[in-house]
Ligand binder design. Sequence first.
Ligand SMILES: *[C@@H]1O[C@H](CO)[C@@H](O)[C@H](O)[C@H]1NC(C)=O
Ligand SMILES: *[C@@H]1O[C@H](CO)[C@@H](O)[C@H](O)[C@H]1NC(C)=O
Ligand SMILES: *[C@@H]1O[C@H](CO)[C@@H](O)[C@H](O)[C@H]1NC(C)=O
Ligand SMILES: *[C@@H]1O[C@H](CO)[C@@H](O)[C@H](O)[C@H]1NC(C)=O
Ligand SMILES: *[C@@H]1O[C@H](CO)[C@@H](O)[C@H](O)[C@H]1NC(C)=O
Ligand SMILES: *[C@@H]1O[C@H](CO)[C@@H](O)[C@H](O)[C@H]1NC(C)=O
Ligand SMILES: *[C@@H]1O[C@H](CO)[C@@H](O)[C@H](O)[C@H]1NC(C)=O
Ligand SMILES: *[C@@H]1O[C@H](CO)[C@@H](O)[C@H](O)[C@H]1NC(C)=O
Ligand SMILES: *[C@@H]1O[C@H](CO)[C@@H](O)[C@H](O)[C@H]1NC(C)=O
Length: 820
Amino acid sequence: MVLFGKMGWLPAALFSLFLIFSSHFSPSIVGDTLTPARSLTDGQELISVGKKIVLGFFSPIKTNNRYVGIWYKISPSTIVWVVNRRQPISERNGSLSITANGTLIITDHNSKTIWSSGSLGLANPVAQLLDDGNFIVKEANVSGSFAWQSFDYPSDTLLPGMKLGWNLTSGLNRNLTSWISPSDPAPGPYTMAVDLHGDPQMILWEGSDWLWRGGPWNGKIFSGIPDMLRYNIFILAFVMKNDEVFYMYNTTSTSFIVRVTVNYTGVVQRLVWIDDSQMWSIYMSEPKDQCEHMTQCGAYGICNMDDSPICSCLQGFKPRSPTNWNLRDEKDGCARMTELDCRSRTDGFVTIKEVKLPDTSRSTMDRSMGLDECRATCLRNCSCTAYASADVNGTGCIIWTTELTDIRVYSFGGQDLYVRLAAADLGPGSDHSHSRTIAGIVVGFVVGILLFVSVGICTWIKRRRAGAIPFAGHRNNKCKERKDWELPLFDLGTIIAATNNFSIKNKLGEGGFGPVYQGKLGEEQEIAVKRLSKTSAQGIDEFMNEVMLIAKLQHRNLVRLLGCCTQGEERMLVYEYMPNKSLDTFLFDKDKAALLDWQTRYNIIEGIAQGLLYLHRDSRLRIIHRDLKASNILLDEDMNPKISDFGLARIFRGDETTLNTQRVVGTYGYMSPEYAMDGVFSVKSDVFSFGVLVLEIISGKKNRGVSISEHEGNLLAHAWSLLMEGNGLKLVDGSISNSISMVVVLNCLKVGLLCVQEHPKDRPTMSSVVLMLGSKNASLPDPKHPGFFPTRASSEVESSKSKKELDSINKLSVTIVEGR
Ligand SMILES: *[C@@H]1O[C@H](CO)[C@@H](O)[C@H](O)[C@H]1NC(C)=O
Ligand SMILES: *[C@@H]1O[C@H](CO)[C@@H](O)[C@H](O)[C@H]1NC(C)=O
Ligand SMILES: *[C@@H]1O[C@H](CO)[C@@H](O)[C@H](O)[C@H]1NC(C)=O
Ligand SMILES: *[C@@H]1O[C@H](CO)[C@@H](O)[C@H](O)[C@H]1NC(C)=O
Ligand SMILES: *[C@@H]1O[C@H](CO)[C@@H](O)[C@H](O)[C@H]1NC(C)=O
Ligand SMILES: *[C@@H]1O[C@H](CO)[C@@H](O)[C@H](O)[C@H]1NC(C)=O
Ligand SMILES: *[C@@H]1O[C@H](CO)[C@@H](O)[C@H](O)[C@H]1NC(C)=O
Ligand SMILES: *[C@@H]1O[C@H](CO)[C@@H](O)[C@H](O)[C@H]1NC(C)=O
Ligand SMILES: *[C@@H]1O[C@H](CO)[C@@H](O)[C@H](O)[C@H]1NC(C)=O
C-alpha cells in the first residue's frame, strides 16, 4: 500500500492497530500539516489549530466517489472546498501528498496521479490547513507568504478573507462555480464572477449568459444588493487597484461561521451558521424576484415589484411595441418619445430615485469627477444617455452612452440615476411630490369614469331589454360595452325556468347583495344565479362593477361568469355552478372538515394564491378584491378553488398603490387593520385577507376578528404565539392531523402569518407568496406580530365601539359603515 511506503513501518503498524480498535468510520487525525514525509490517506483528516476546519476525503450524498475537500466541523459538515472536483476517485484508497519540491498531488489506488497543483520548486515545503479554511503550501521556515493557496482556486464557496476577482498581473480569475448536483461537485452551469468590462460588476453567469447582475460597487455595497449592509456582522470591501480587482468580506468576529455559496440551483446565498438551532440561516439570496431577471423590462424600462404590471417605461419613454407590452412581454423595452437634440443644448435630466444602476459593462467611470462635472461631461457628449455618482458619498462619475438596461426600483438602498431627456419630455413629473398628486387626480378621474360608464351600461341594458330577447338567441345578443367586453344576456323567463321560479329549494345561500340560486339551463348546464335584491339600493353600482370586471377576467381560479340578466327591477348574474359550494361549508363543519385532507387544503391555498396573483398582477386590469373570505371561495367538483363575488372589487390604475375610501366595506375578521380603521386599501389588504384564509384553512377555525382582552378568540394572535413557541403544528385542524406534511404545513403557516403582519409594507406581495408556497426550503423570515395583536389593545380601545358594531353587522356577509 502507498501508505506503508510513505509512512514507514512503525507508524503504519500503529495506524492499522488504530483502525482495528476504533470504529470503522471515525477517521484518524494527523495534525494540520503535510510534509513530503507525511501524506494523507483516505480515512485520515487534517484539522486546523482552532478545530474549526477539517480537510480529508469525503463522498457526497448518493455516490461512493471519493473527493478531497475542506469542510466546517459542524454537523452536518458543510463542504466549502473540493480539490479534485472533476477527478473523483472510485475507491477508498486515494492519498494526498506533497512532493519534495512542493507540488500537491492526489493519487488513486494505483498510485496514479489524478490531480496536481503544479510544480512550485520549493526547497523545504509544507502544506498547512489554516483556521480560516485556507490550505496553503509554503517554505517550512518562511512565514507570511504562500507559494500556493486553496483560496486562489475557490469551488462554490466564498469564505471570509477569500478574494473573489482578478489578479491583473497573472490573469488569475477567482470565481465561484456551483456544483452540478448535490452528488457531483464538478463545475456546474452557475458561476459568480467579477466582470471587468466598463465599471466592474458582480455577475452571476449561467453558462455564457448573464443570469443576474449584482451591479457595480458604490463604495459600500453592490448597487444590485441593497440589503448587503443590513447585518452588521459583515465587513465588506471591493478593491480596485492597478494590479488587482476583487471583492472580499470578513466578519466582525472570527467566532461567526459564515459562507457565500453559489448553489447548484442557480442562487447565490449568504449563509450564517446558527449554533442554537444547528442550521444555516439564509441572510441573502439572489436573484430573489422577477425584477432581478436582466431582460425583464427591456431597454429604458424600469422594474418595480410593488407595481402591477411590474414593468413600466422611464419618464420620457414609451413602449417600443405597445402590443407586446399589453401582453406582458416587455422585453423589447421602451423608446424615446422625443429624440434628443444635442446641438441646441436644450436636453436636460430627470432624476430616477432609489434604483439599481443600469448595466455598466459599457459605461465609463471616472473616480476623480464630482457630480456637477459628471453632468456637464454627459451634456457635452451627444451619445451620453445617463450619468450617476460612482460612490454613494457623491464622488466619482459613471457615464452611459448606450441603452439603459436592467433598472429596478428599491424601497431603500438604491441610487439616483440621471437620465437624459429632450426638453419636451422633462415634464413636471421629474419632481416626485408632484407626480403623487397627479396620480391621485388621475385615479379620482378614473373612478368617476367607471361610475359613469356603469350607469351608462345600466340604461343601455334597460333600453335593450324593451325588445324582448328570446333565450334561444342569447349568443347573438351580447351585453356589449366595447369590443373586448361581451357577455350573453339571458332572458328573465329562461332564468325563472332554470331556477323553478327562484324556488326556496334551489336557493344556495345569501351572497353579498342578495340570494344565490342553483339552476339548470336545458338538460346539461348547471348554473348559479345571483339575484341582486331589489331593496339594496347601493347594490346597483356594485352589480355593474362586478359585471364589468368579471366579464374581462379569465383564470382557472376565478369563478366564470356566463352571462347577465336585467329586466324590470331585476338584476342577475349567471355563473358556472360549483357543485361543492363554498369553502366555509367544509372548513367550519365538524363532519365535512375531515373531507378536506391536507393535500386538498394545500391545493386550495395554492389555487387561491394563483387566482389572487392574477387579479393583482396578471390580468389586464389591476384588481383588488376587497372581500376575500372562506364563503367567497367556491369549490368545483374536483375541489379546485375559485374566487367569487367581485361586488366590492376595485380597479387600480397607473402607478397608484393605495386608495382611500370613505365607505369601509368588507367582512370583519378578514379586514386588514389599516383598512378597517382608516379606510386605506391596497393589494396588501387582500394579502391580509388571504393570510387569514390560510390560517383558517390550516386550523379549521374561524377568525372571529378582534378580541381585545382574550388571546383565544383571535386566531391570528393564537397562531403567531404557537409558531413563536415552536408549536406551530398544534394549530392544525384535528380532523386532518394524520394526513399532513409537517414541513409544508409549517411553511404555509409562516406564509399565512407573514401575510397578516400589521404593517402593509411588511406583508409580501402575492407573487412572493406564490414563490414562498412553492419553495420547499424553509428559509422564510420570521413574521412580525399580526395586525390586531392583543398587546396593542390600549391604542385600539378608542375605536372598539365601531368594531363591536362591525361584529354584529357581520352576520350579514357585508358590512357597510361610514368611515372616519
Ligand atoms: C482499495 O480498498 C478497498 C477497500 O476499501 C479494497 O477492497 C481494495 O482491494 C483496495 N484496492 C487496492 C488497489 O488497494
Ligand atoms: C518537482 O518534482 C516533480 C517530481 O516529483 C518533477 O516532475 C518536477 O519537474 C519538479 N518541479 C520542479 C520545479 O522542480
Ligand atoms: C527550520 O528552522 C529550525 C529552527 O529555526 C531548524 O531547526 C530547522 O532545521 C529548519 N528546517 C529547515 C529544513 O531548514
Ligand atoms: C498576482 O500574480 C503575480 C504573478 O503570479 C504575483 O507575482 C503577484 O504577487 C500577484 N498579485 C497579488 C496582489 O497577489
Ligand atoms: C471562472 O474562472 C475560471 C478559472 O479562472 C475561468 O476559466 C472562467 O472563465 C471563469 N468564469 C467566469 C464566468 O469568469
Ligand atoms: C468617497 O469614497 C471613496 C471610496 O469609496 C473615497 O476614496 C473618497 O475619499 C470618498 N470621498 C469622500 C468625500 O468621502
Ligand atoms: C477578519 O477579521 C478578523 C477579526 O474578526 C481578523 O483577525 C482577520 O485578520 C480579518 N481577516 C482579513 C482578511 O482581513
Ligand atoms: C442548495 O439549495 C438546496 C435547496 O435549497 C439546499 O438543500 C442545499 O443545502 C444548498 N446547497 C448548498 C451548498 O448550500
Ligand atoms: C462620448 O463618450 C464615449 C464613451 O465615453 C466616448 O467613446 C466618445 O468618444 C465620447 N464622444 C465625445 C464626442 O466626446
